[in-house]
Design a protein around this ligand. Sequence first.
Ligand SMILES: [Zn+2]
Length: 411
Amino acid sequence: MEYLRRGNKALIKDLNRALVLYQLRREGPLSRMEIAKQTKLSPSTLSKITEELKEKAMIKEIGEGHSNGGRKPVYLEFNYNFGYVIGMKIEVKRLIIALTNLKAEAIDRIELPFNYGASADEVIDLIIEGVTKITEKNKFNDRRWLGVGIGVSGLVNKKRGELIYSSLLGWSRVPFREILQKKFSVPIYIDNDVNVYTLAELEYGYGRDLNNFILVISGVGIGAGFVFNKQIYRGEFGGAGEVGHMVIYPNGNNCCCGRRGCLEAHAGEKFIIEETKRLLSYEKDSPLYEDRFSLTIERVLAAAQQGDYCARNAFSTAGRNLGIGLVNLINTVNPAAIILSGENLRGKDYMLPGINEVIDENFFSRYCKAFDLKISELGDDAWERGAATLVINEQFQAPIHRKERTVLTST
Ligand SMILES: [Zn+2]
């Protein structure tokens, strides 16, 4: 259990400071009067806080705004270059490390390949090598290095900073925080990769304007991130979002989880390839027919783009099956929107008709428009941005718990 700090002057000061920075980070630039209005702080308290934050270089004054007579207000802006963070994604054969500002915008980025099946120890050595290289190259003042955020596939105990299990990587019990914190002496945060993408969507994508949404990523596997009241829901031990293993066809296709009829086995990458193959046995004239034993998702996608009937139909069926899964999610949590992303969405033009065929069959649709369906517009760097945001959000949250060390703690 986390214990709250005792209520004293230092706590109140830290809270008010966090409040001002929160407004400036989210809504800035703002004039002092606008901050006072939004935070309800008295002018003298606000003035003390802004002076102190200016001295620490966490905020800065920028130009003068317009005025309807009287003195022109000076605008204050959060200094997104006050510190830097590392955001990282661990893939099955590649490590992507980005050094970002406090808006999670990359200043530098490196990719380090490793062999499929590499051990956790080998990849941790590579992480140490990569992080050392990128921080030294950019020669930042170490005091301003606020931490490392990591996104990785699998079950993650975010509180302990530990990967519990990853079937994709074949790793179990990897205490990332313990190992890397010893090495770098900065806070280390880790979360499941889908949650990290969801965080990026919440901060920089469509999710900015939503309280409740579900992000569904469809690629080799299918996973989801849930946002309820602007917070990511992780479940009891970090396992929320395994929607790929929701059964949509009892006794259906075999799934990698050992069960049958899972959404993933009827809408994931492998399904799209297998369904194309199945259809090709009736369409021997298709240019894909010759390649039927060595099909890749890229080949199927290219064929769909050239108008191939089998490829387009395979995407469409995957879309319809995904739609069945989405209907179950809509009925269960009543989200404002479902946001789709992932490699398979490169075939969205052929998947969406299938999805739309079934998605209005949800419980709410006869009474009202239940939800928005969106395709994520974040780029491929969303993973690293989300991982960097893990650090930024932790460092700028109100430090109300004991033992919490953030850039905002005064005692
Ligand atoms: Zn399954």
